[in-house]
Design a protein around this ligand. Sequence first.
Ligand SMILES: *Cc1c(COP(=O)(O)O)cnc(C)c1O
Length: 376
Amino acid sequence: MSLRDTAGAVLEIDLDALAENYRIISRQAGPAQVAGVIKADGYGLGAKLVAETLLAQGCRRFFVALLAEAASLRPALPDNADIFILNGLQPGAEQECADIGAIPVLNSLSQLDRWATMASRLGRHLPAALQVDTGMSRLGFPASEIATLIAQPDRLKGIRLLLIMSHLASADDPDAGINVQQLGTFQTLTQHFPDVPRSLDNSAGSFLPRAHFDLVRAGIALYGGNPGRGSNPMRPVVSLEARITQLRTVPAGTGVGYELSHHCQEPSHIATIPVGYADGWPRCLGNRGSAFIRDMRVPIIGRVSMDSMTLDVTHVPDSLLYPGAPVELIGPHQSIDAVAADAGTIAYEILTQLGGRYFRMVKPAQPTAIKRSMTA
Ligand SMILES: *Cc1c(COP(=O)(O)O)cnc(C)c1O
């Protein structure tokens, strides 16, 4: 028996689907280029794996959140690939950031000043992106600091500005008024930097019916999450299949799991599977979420434990119930967005919590001819 067959649960990562999602977004956002957002270890799938797949599609720009993420990825990427650090430049991080050749997204005047000082100390230009806050109040230059910078352009001395960017608060809701406001503010502020390429859109923004500036920063849609609210145009990248570890038949009235939070209404069959909250399966899905056996929905009954959970399989044919039998947790019947909706969260959280105990199977990408150069 292979390791795969004896694993409690198998997480499959379909790199072919990831590559196709990159092409779908490229077609959607074109002529804008598409950067890969691979922070949080590529949304839990493995940043290196994701980066290599996107490189083969022509992607040359990558975004992470932290300097440490950039440092670990830098050796894996070719010299002509850019790694931007979204969270910016922490005080004291300037030397390392310059040493590894990462590109900070400067989020304030003080970050800019420290980066310019480092450039002058090194006697060479240093690359940077500049983020402006257009209404989300999270990261980026406030309008007042942009005004200061426009009045004192010398503060950019020694800095090679590769990108000016902002981030949308409600891109997944095309009707949100804030989208139009942020777009207007972005256009106004970036007028002062006419030669610098611009980036406003994340995955959801790339699907808004308007132009997309020079670069979009795609994350969740690459990984198969729905970038909007209608039917999902992306191919699923992740599937998760557990194996039944134990089956039991209980009389009506039997309690199940911690605190006996479920009592069986009828004589029942219960299947235990070896996936719990330590694997990133949300504990709140106890007595609420589902799994699938073939195309039959089997409800999660009782609490989700650390290492296991229990399913009501009373109405599943016996032939499908045996130790080792497969149970779909994420797959054709239950998307990451559906799991997230049941858990009252978003697909981003489901993906980034996927645990380290699954047997990970990687389905390689098929080689494809790149029709359009996306290396600019
Ligand atoms: C995470 C992030 C993205 C990617 O967003 P998705 O919704 O996953 O496409 C883009 N830009 C910024 C600034 C981010 O923080």
